[in-house]
Design a binder for this molecule. Sequence first.
Ligand SMILES: NC(=O)c1ccc[n+]([C@@H]2O[C@H](COP(=O)([O-])OP(=O)(O)OC[C@H]3O[C@@H](n4cnc5c(N)ncnc54)[C@H](OP(=O)(O)O)[C@@H]3O)[C@@H](O)[C@H]2O)c1
Length: 216
Amino acid sequence: MVAIAVIGGTGALGKGLARRLVAAGHDVTIGSRSAEKAQVTAQELGAAGFAANADAAEGKDVVIVAVPHASQADTLAQIRDRVGQAVVVDTTVPLVPPKVMRVQLPSEGSAALQAREHLGPDVRLVTAFHNVSAHHLDSDHAIDCDVLVFSDDVEARKTVVELCPGMGIRGLSGGALANSAAAEALTSILIYMNKTYKADGAGIRFTNLAQAPAIP
Ligand SMILES: NC(=O)c1ccc[n+]([C@@H]2O[C@H](COP(=O)([O-])OP(=O)(O)OC[C@H]3O[C@@H](n4cnc5c(N)ncnc54)[C@H](OP(=O)(O)O)[C@@H]3O)[C@@H](O)[C@H]2O)c1
């Protein structure tokens, strides 16, 4: 059992991730700007705890951050001094509304590299879950989608890859944090495909990986 906080756990992606992590038997705390709002989601999901974001981030093994790009900097600043040695998983996709079907990465290169600047060099930063639809996560069905996991900290990356099968998704190491730009960019293409092919949460699947984890 892993102690996990989901910051922004009241939102679309955060709630979907939290639902799957609770179902996998982990000790999940829902974080929100409002502890009262977090309580409502925690009760709905049967999560172990709820708290305001900074309090939720303290004393955990893994802290998942699932907030819009516009609030990434503020949210990471709030939790930076509370996460200790936890693995911090940033899920941010740097979409620029209204043109969310166009790849528009920030001048730093990616939301991952922005997160590294916001958190400083000592936080164990991973990025993941950019290409999985919240709508699918917030259900009980199997999800036909791979999740790419990026970090410069190999052990932290492994921790997140190993959480995935229990959530009904295959996690694959995508290498260094700098590679996160590729997954962040793919999300705009998936949104475009949802519209073009009338898909209900398109995903990605990698092939010919004989030694990769099995598809759960
Ligand atoms: N939705 C998806 O399918 C999906 C898939 C892959 C990746 N992502 C990425 O995951 C992240 C979250 O997406 P989402 O769709 O879950 O977003 P969302 O539902 O719009 O927001 C998530 C949570 O962020 C918090 N929040 C909203 N505005 C905020 C602000 N100004 N300051 C601080 N916190 C704020 C809210 O929590 P409280 O009000 O409780 O604080 C909200 O419930 C985004 O970066 C997105 O690109 C989303």
